[in-house]
Design a protein. Structure first.
Length: 99
């Protein structure tokens, strides 16, 4: 099925069937190209998934600062809107389209 807004997003899931860490793991292992959470998962929800993205050479964009998540101050209970993608270019392309 083609994505209804942007056909470049071939593997799109409109529902979030699992935890934030699970979604980040899907990006890290190549099962998904990107994961967008504009509502902002809490810092503690990113703890398990973020290292997987980094290990897989993916990129997680912190939408508060428009920088890589690892360069941002993360507070355990704070909500952090993110885009996690297989690479920085895709993350920034998605950001430009939803901004």
């Amino acid at each position: 099925m083609r994505h209804p807004i942007n056909p470049k997003w071939d593997r799109f899931e409109s529902l979030n069937p699992g935890s934030v860490s699970e979604q980040l793991a899907k990006v890290a292992c190549g099962e998904a190209d990107a994961f967008v959470n504009l509502g902002g998962p809490k810092g503690y929800e990113l703890i398990a998934g973020y290292p997987l993205i980094k290990r897989a050479a993916g990129f997680t964009l912190d939408l508060r600062t428009e920088r890589e998540l690892g360069e941002s101050k993360v507070i355990f209970e704070e909500r952090i809107p993110i885009i996690a993608a297989k690479d920085e270019k895709l993350a920034r392309d998605i950001y430009e389209q939803i901004r």
